[in-house]
Design a protein around this ligand. Structure first.
Ligand code: KIV
Ligand code: ZN
Length: 524
């Protein structure tokens, strides 16, 4: 038996994933995801694009300083200012990597860069040389490689490897490639670039045609040694190659691919939940590997087969991706240790102080709800540790309504910077009354807008039960548009109106942080 070929997993949830509309994360949230990625066992974390904004710079810098067990990578366009800034952010990393990119396809050369082939090669080499002056681990991406003429792509790849690139990444930037084409591009590099053995070939696929995972796997078959991907496949437009799918394909079909990753697959579901909760981008029920229905066998005939022998219809074991079949139920009498154990299994690493706060909130919830499931615990953790500074926090509402009439809503919020407690007792700091709206939720949203002075357009509003049962907590997500940007918010409560108010306020808090002036990496 041959030893499986190791495939590096390069996670770009914090960079390309964050380019999904409305998915911006703050420093605390990014740090939480970075820690989860370390536990998951990814080889490289692309922590951000340091020159994009002071916030991006700080998060790359802090993640670089905190993470010891993975390479931390920062993105830079092919110019001195970007590369210098990337290094400034990465300098404290145990294993720093600078990722330099420059477009190479004819359409990008002509219309975006206005550069000829020689100029592109010259700039790419200069960028790699500058980065190499800072550290030894350099990745170069010829942007839009999948649409680049193969002869020119081979020329660029040879030149950047000669200049010191250690990983050469082949992006299908616009999600245009097909699996056979991707296989052929990588095979051409393997066969035609004389110094290709000096670098690892990587692949970075977008999902515009729903082919990102298939294209990445085809690249692996042709010799790629690194796959770039994101948790839940989030990312620019239709997203990136989904980490959980590509990893489980390599594992489940090891007989075919004969490759291996370092991923601790039992952390896939917890990490997926964490990213979904933080970004507000929910995972579709039927999503492979981490969707709620991914292991649900509905049809009677399947259930019958499953009871006789699981493998009749199951190609992967749910427990191998971190899905506990026994959704352990906790209740009023459960202790701190049991709660800590479940939170840990769900992917939350809590300090003693955090556990204490969680335990207090757990007890309050247990008074309102008999059985507490994993979904409830994850919701409590997210609610409590979401790192956004809250300018406005929900304090309470009163409501009277009848069908066919506008509701009357009195809404109260605490405001940051305003005294909220008198002798330890919380006081209401702002309240507003409105008699408007099409129903109670609309009335609550109008009241929040009036009270905060922030007007938005509601682009999406979703309610779903966190767990089963009539007393299940409601999880509400909203998407608000303000100043041309999308802001997401999430709220959880056993009272769905309260959950709606919390979700709306969470999105308003993001608006209140102010417009995040930020450079897009693909902006020249
Ligand atoms: O899709 C792409 O081309 C990218 C590069 C910056 C690697 O994300
Ligand atoms: Zn990309």
């Amino acid at each position: 038996m041959t030893t499986p070929r190791p495939i590096r997993i390069f996670d770009t949830t914090l960079r390309d994933g964050e380019q999904s509309p409305g998915a911006s994360m703050n420093l605390t949230e990014k740090m939480e995801i970075a820690q989860a990625l370390v536990h998951l066992g990814v080889d490289v974390i692309e922590a951000g694009f340091p020159i994009a904004s002071p916030g991006d710079f700080e998060s790359v810098r802090d993640i670089a300083a905190a993470v010891r067990d993975a390479t931390v990578c920062g993105l830079a366009r092919c110019n001195d200012a970007d590369i210098d800034r990337a290094w400034e952010a990465l300098a404290r990393a145990a294993r720093p990597r600078i990722h330099v990119f420059l477009a190479t396809s004819a359409i990008h050369r002509e219309f975006k860069l206005r550069m000829g082939e020689d100029e592109v090669v010259r700039r790419a080499v200069a960028g790699v040389e500058r980065a190499r002056g800072y550290c030894d681990d350099i990745e170069f991406s010829p942007e839009d490689a999948a649409r680049t003429e193969i002869d020119f792509l081979c020329r660029v790849v040879e030149a950047v490897i000669a200049a010191g690139t250690t990983t050469v990444n082949i992006p299908d930037t616009v999600g245009y490639a097909t699996p056979m084409q991707m296989h052929s591009v990588i095979s051409s590099l393997v066969n035609r670039v004389p110094n290709i053995d000096k670098a690892v070939i990587s692949v970075h696929c977008h999902d515009d045609l729903g082919l990102a995972v298939a294209n990445s796997l085809a690249a692996v078959e042709a010799g790629a040694g690194q796959v770039e991907c994101t948790i839940n496949g989030i990312g620019e437009r239709a997203g990136n190659c989904s980490l959980e799918e590509v990893v489980m394909a390599l594992k489940t079909r090891a007989d075919h691919y004969r490759c291996d990753t370092r991923i601790e697959t039992r952390r896939l579901v917890p990490t997926s939940r964490l990213v979904a909760n933080i970004t507000g981008i929910q995972v579709p029920r039927n999503k492979a590997i981490v969707g709620r229905n991914a292991f649900a066998h509905e049809a009677g005939i399947h259930q019958d087969g499953m009871l006789k022998e699981r493998r009749t219809y199951e190609i992967m074991r749910p427990e191998d991706v971190g899905l506990d079949r026994t959704d352990l139920v906790l209740g009023k009498h459960s202790g701190r240790a049991a709660l800590a154990d479940r939170a840990n299994a769900l992917g939350y690493q809590l300090s003693a102080e955090q556990l204490q706060t969680l335990f207090e909130r757990f007890k309050l919830l247990a008074d309102r709800k008999k059985e507490i499931y994993d979904g409830d615990i994850a919701a409590l953790c997210e609610d409590q540790f979401a790192g956004l500074p809250e300018r406005f926090a929900f304090a309470g509402y009163e409501l009277s309504c009848a069908s066919g009439q506008s509701p009357r809503v009195v809404l109260r919020v605490h405001q940051a910077g305003v005294e909220t407690s008198v002798e330890g007792k919380s006081v209401e700091v702002s309240s507003v009354e409105v008699s408007a709206g099409d129903g109670p939720i609309d009335g609550i949203f109008l009241a929040i807008e009036k009270l905060t002075g922030i007007a938005t357009v509601c682009r999406d509003f979703r309610v779903q039960a966190v767990t089963v049962g009539k007393d299940a907590q409601a999880e509400v997500t909203v998407e608000l548009e303000h100043g041309g940007q999308i802001h997401r918010g999430r709220g959880v409560s056993t009272d769905s109106l309260e959950a709606s108010a919390k979700a709306f306020l969470a999105a308003i808090n993001r608006v209140a942080l102010g417009p995040q002036a930020r450079l897009h990496p693909q902006q020249v």
